[in-house]
Design a protein around this ligand. Structure first.
Ligand SMILES: C=C(O[C@H]1C=CC=C(C(=O)O)[C@@H]1O)C(=O)O
Ligand SMILES: [Mg+2]
Length: 461
């Protein structure tokens, strides 16, 4: 039985031009798979959906349709712009008894100065949405909210139509459940600018040896052509089955799906307490438990990887020192093992100072030296000069926030852009003074694996 939890009569939103009303109605639903709900929107909402699950699998979010979108092309001010627009929209939204409230989900681009055209052309520098139908699954409870933002005062008819559609979506998700998808069939694949990439690693390494920068992350892409168009629920269901220890995300925009399985938290804020993770330095998984352990031990003692890692720790720690009343950080990295790769990992946490918000932390942290480099501005210039790629949303913050100041952003790595019958996969690595082109190339192959497997690719050793 679905239980009605709460409904608002329409919170007023005063803007310069008009008065808007934000209607929210939430029901609790027994048994609902978030991915089946996402799939139920295939007919009516393809292109206007999102999906998110945290690493711990304790919070899952699916959104169908756009009650409102917030986008920004305000360059480096895009973080503030999104924050202000969201504050305005939720100025009168109050918390309901189960702490279910409207969520804003979306992502930022990696670099607003990148003008390389290609698969990302048309994407705004920040793109966020409040779903018309929002599903939140937490503590094993599922909640579906209707969001209606309108300037009409009389909304009885519109709300009734939305309720009817909501019930159909829930019914479809519960009765049909999730399809068993066959893996996509790849017709061909190629590695754009492979030679340029290898050359860029040598050049960037020599720049670093000449002390022009300390560390720069260089990325590349892998392009796939499929036999047929591939759908969003198909790839998300593959990723969900195959990548249990990662953040899972999918965001539809411009007729494409940006999706991935990232191990890396940029920042989480929960009840004014902040968490981040320093993740940099990598080695493959072993074929046996013994080999895996040996590889892990060698990573923990490898000077090149430890130096890649330390730049990230120093920068994130600095941000926590500035924004938190106190902080906690272990004094040596530990191993983070995910299906295809092991990383050096150092968690950081602390209570936020007054006035620090999740989006302000995202703004300050992006890009960490795990994705950009040190010094930040110099590294960005080097990336623009040597990387023939537009990263789009790859390596950038993706996640959600609510009106109460809670939220979580992952770094969108181990990710790909699905464009109908094509996909573009992205991977990079931290270049430091003693980097070698061939081993950096091999590291990107390992980092392509999660998305390549989900997309039906052959995984070579
Ligand atoms: C840039 C990526 O990974 C970063 C995160 C963890 C480890 C990294 C490394 O060891 O190079 C990278 O800094 C990527 O996966 O595309
Ligand atoms: Mg590396």
């Amino acid at each position: 039985m679905n239980r009605k939890l709460s409904a608002t009569t329409g919170d007023r939103i005063e803007t310069e031009q008009s008065t808007l009303y934000f209607h929210i109605e939430t029901i609790e639903v027994s048994r609902l798979s978030a991915l089946a709900f996402f799939e139920a929107g295939e007919q009516s909402f393809a292109g206007q959906r999102f999906f998110w699950q945290n690493r711990e699998k304790t919070f899952t979010l699916a959104g169908l349709g756009h009650a409102q979108t917030i986008s920004s092309d305000a360059k480096e001010h895009r973080f503030d712009d999104v924050e202000q627009q969201w504050k305005k929209l939720t100025q009168n939204v109050v918390n309901d008894e189960n702490n279910i409230q409207p969520i804003l989900f979306g992502g930022f681009t990696f670099d607003t100065e990148n003008e390389v055209s290609g698969e990302w052309t048309g994407f705004p520098e920040a793109f966020f949405a409040v779903a018309t139908y929002q599903l939140v699954v937490k503590n094993d409870q599922a909640y579906v909210s209707i969001h209606l933002i309108t300037d009409e005062e009389n909304t009885t008819e519109a709300l009734n139509a939305l309720r009817k559609e909501r019930d159909e979506l829930i019914h479809t998700a519960q009765v049909k459940a999730l399809k068993k998808y066959a893996k996509p069939q790849i017709k061909s694949s190629y590695e754009p600018y492979k030679e340029e990439y290898l050359e860029s690693i040598s050049k960037v390494t020599s720049l670093i040896r000449q002390k022009e920068a300390d560390k720069v992350v260089i990325a590349r892409s892998l392009a796939l052509q499929f036999e047929e168009q591939v759908t969003s629920p198909n790839v998300l269901s593959q990723v969900m089955m195959e990548q249990p220890d990662s953040y899972l995300f999918g965001l539809e925009e411009q007729g494409k799906l940006f999706f991935g399985a990232s191990p890396e938290r940029l920042v989480k804020v929960s009840d004014k307490y902040a968490y981040s993770s320093c993740i940099a330095g990598s080695i493959k998984r072993g074929k046996t438990a013994e080999e895996d352990d040996l590889l892990g031990q060698s990573l923990l003692n490898d000077t090149k990887n430890l130096s890649e890692h330390q730049y990230v720790v120093d920068m994130i720690l600095q941000t926590f020192k500035e924004n938190c009343a106190s902080y906690q950080i272990p004094n040596a990295p530990q191993l983070l093992k995910i299906r295809d790769i092991q990383h050096l990992f150092t968690p950081v946490e602390g209570p936020l100072k007054e006035g620090a918000t999740v989006l302000q932390l995202v703004k300050t942290l992006h890009p960490t030296p795990a994705l950009g480099g040190v010094p930040r501005m110099k590294a960005m210039q080097v990336i623009r000069e040597y990387e023939p790629l537009n990263r789009g949303l790859y390596a950038a913050p993706i996640g959600w926030l609510d009106a109460q100041g809670n939220g979580e952003f992952a770094v969108a790595i181990r990710s790909a852009l699905l464009a109908k019958d094509q996909a573009f996969l992205y991977a990079g690595g931290g270049i430091v003074a003693d980097s070698q082109p061939s081993s950096e190339y091999d590291e990107t192959l390992v980092k392509f694996r999660p998305m390549l497997r989900a997309l039906g690719g052959q995984l070579h050793e």
